[in-house]
Write a protein that binds this ligand. Sequence first.
Ligand code: AKG
Length: 293
Amino acid sequence: MPEPSTPVISAEQVSQYEADGYLYLEDALTPQQVSDLRTVFDDWAEESRSHAGPYGETFDGRPRFDVEPGHTAESPGLRRIASPIEVSDVYLDAMRSNRALEAVTQLIGPNLRFRESKINSKLPGTATHLKYHQDFPFGPLSNDDLITVLFHLDEVGSDNGPLEVVPGSHKGPLLEHWHDGVFTGAVCPDIEAKARKRAVTCHGAVGSAYLMDARVLHGSAPNLSASPRTLFIVQYHAEDAHPLAPNHLPSRFDQEVVAGVATGRIRTSDYEMALPEMPTVASFFAVQAVKSG
Ligand SMILES: O=C(O)CCC(=O)C(=O)O
């Protein structure tokens, strides 16, 4: 790891993050990390061929490996791996040590905790997409210094289902993710339609990452190409932000201090929102599909 005196991001990049709510970081992972992470993922994708539906088990008893409807041995649709750090030391080590984590210390302070991790995979020809949402309403904390880091394990272009973000939306309100008494995990269609007009697509090289404020409105389209799109996604938050709702991607590493020290303090920020609902299915891909049509 570079010395603290060697900042990973410049003052301009910090200002850009504050204005837009997200930042692109090259070389967030080393080539060796990418290669190791990919090898483990490819084995999991291969293994998924022998399962007809979601399988494996997480900390809270839900399936760890989620496959999309239509998944078959011939045409596998592995779309989500919950908490891969619990079943792979390669993923655990990458969560604990990467350049994006150092950049996060520059953005929200030196003391950080880990919150959750997952892999979102869009294999070629799969239909899974993500409706627009903010991450914070899924897992409120006492303050909103929560950053989602999306690591690219594949090159991401405009047609393999890139992340779409709405610049500046982190400065707007926390939006409603409950509709007609149901936690859909998505904003309402009207808000999504307007947001899409302002959204930018997040392309990137293998090993790069996007750092995204958890209040940023975002989603992503299906993969229409012959190239996979695999993201390793990790959330880090300020050490003095304490959870106010159960973690929907729980793991035994939840709340691990991954940078700096434990201060024993609580800091609050001023916001109001509805409590989220814990999913009973394998992932929020399924929640969004079932509950918002
Ligand atoms: O996979 C993606 O493109 C977006 C990830 C995301 O927004 C999520 O999983 O909450």
